[in-house]
Design a protein around this ligand. Structure first.
Ligand code: NAD
Ligand code: GLY
Length: 369
């Protein structure tokens, strides 16, 4: 199977269908500096770009130049970089800036960065003056294939990942593939974890496509990246269009996340990248799927090999089974203290399942360092 994408210079569009909250995801190279990306957004006197000290020097000027044609004032606030700063203190920097400049309720926020900036800007937009419009401009692979799409916004709490947040949809997503050129290789690999996720949960053929095209993705081949980002966004659009607020189906997007969030929280935010924790979490969730008799044994080595080839860790940190179980009981999918896992039921199909603590402990013992 080869890349079946159009030439990589083409701009592709995926729509999220949510009635009056519908919007488009634009995917392609050069979008940041293309005037077409910024037409037709809500009118306002003021736009506020939210970014950080790593991304702003790379892409802020381009965005400012484009937005200057649409807004009388283009403001900028810089947040500290990193998952450990996805908290109230950083969120307040956005509100401090908005209020100090008397930004009104039409002000449009622009999230320029990875998932951390996107989640925080989205949450700020959801609650500033009870809601202002915002636009996602994702600059990591992870943000382009997952976090900028679907309206989940949040900050972390010391006791749990993404525990304080809101569902709040952006006006548009502009995924400029050229921004991936400057991404460190470790961050590219972290994004590939979320790309891989979409195969087992929704599209077995896509899993095969990733296996065949992984080297091209790792080498940042633009055609391969364009196809991967588009296919992931299509799958996410299909899921979110049916279950925006995660009453059921949307939980499948959390494959690997129950173990993964426990790693992130247990190690301290920022130690393991989100994508690294999800990759390793998928190995454990695949094993649990096999141990529960849902999947044939061969599924585990197949998925583990792909995750390893992507450059991601497949051995989990040794936190102790009790600590893992304690952390996983704080997961948003837990019900009445019972941990719920997204498990694979067939290639391309996932569902929610409980598991006895003893079985989970066996999985942890098999995969912890
Ligand atoms: P991140 O936002 O921390 O970005 C990774 C690193 O890359 C940061 O240091 C960032 O400054 C830097 N960076 C960003 N773009 C760059 C570029 N183009 N060139 C060079 N450096 C660049 O992490 P992430 O992996 O993008 O996102 C992870 C976050 O997303 C987590 O907090 C996770 O919980 C969240 N998330 C949310 C959803 C959702 O649906 N809302 C889904 C998945 C993940
Ligand atoms: N990344 C999980 C979700 O959007 O639901």
């Amino acid at each position: 199977m080869t890349v079946s994408a159009p030439h990589h210079s083409a701009v592709q569009c995926v729509s999220i269908a949510l009635d009056q909250r519908s919007y488009d995801i634009h995917i392609g190279p050069g979008l940041l500096s293309s005037p077409d990306s910024w037409h037709g957004l809500p009118k306002a006197a003021c736009a506020l770009i939210v970014s950080n000290e790593l991304v702003a020097p790379l892409y802020l000027q381009s965005l400012q130049a484009q937005l200057g044609a649409h807004y009388a004032r283009v403001e900028f606030v810089q947040l500290p970089d990193g998952e450990q700063h996805k908290d109230w203190a950083s969120l307040n920097l956005i509100f401090d800036h908005l209020l100090a400049r008397a930004a009104d309720r039409k002000t449009v926020l622009f999230a320029l960065g990875g998932g951390v900036i996107g989640d925080m800007t989205g949450f700020a937009a959801a609650i500033y003056m009870r809601g202002v419009p915002f636009v996602q401009v994702p600059t990591t692979l992870l943000a382009q294939v997952d976090s900028s799409v679907g309206g989940k916004t949040a900050i972390n709490h010391p006791l749990g990942k993404n525990m304080i947040g809101a569902f709040y949809q952006p006006e548009r997503v502009i995924a400029d593939l050229d921004t991936l050129d400057t991404l460190p290789q470790r961050e590219l690999a972290a994004g590939l974890a979320e790309v891989i996720k979409y195969g087992p949960i929704a599209d077995g053929d896509f899993l095969t496509w990733i296996e065949v095209n992984l080297d091209a993705l790792l080498a940042r081949d633009k055609s391969a990246l364009a196809y991967a980002v588009k296919r992931c966004c299509e799958i996410k659009a299909w899921v979110v269009g049916q279950d925006e607020r995660e009453q059921g189906l949307r939980a499948i997007l959390n494959f690997g996340h129950t173990f993964g969030h426990a790693i992130e929280t247990g190690m301290g935010y920022g130690q393991w990248l989100h994508g690294e924790a999800v990759g390793c979490g998928m190995v454990m969730a695949a094993d649990l799927s096999v141990r529960k008799g849902l999947m044939p044994a061969a599924f585990l080595p197949r998925l583990r090999e792909l995750i390893e080839r992507a450059g991601l860790p497949v051995r989990a940190p040794r936190l102790g089974a009790e600590r893992y179980l304690e952390l996983m009981r704080v997961d948003k999918k837990a019900e009445g203290g019972e941990i719920r896992f997204v498990l694979i039921e067939a290639l391309g199909r996932a569902g929610m399942h409980g598991a006895p603590d003893a079985l989970v402990a066996e999985v942890l013992a098999a995969h912890c360092e």
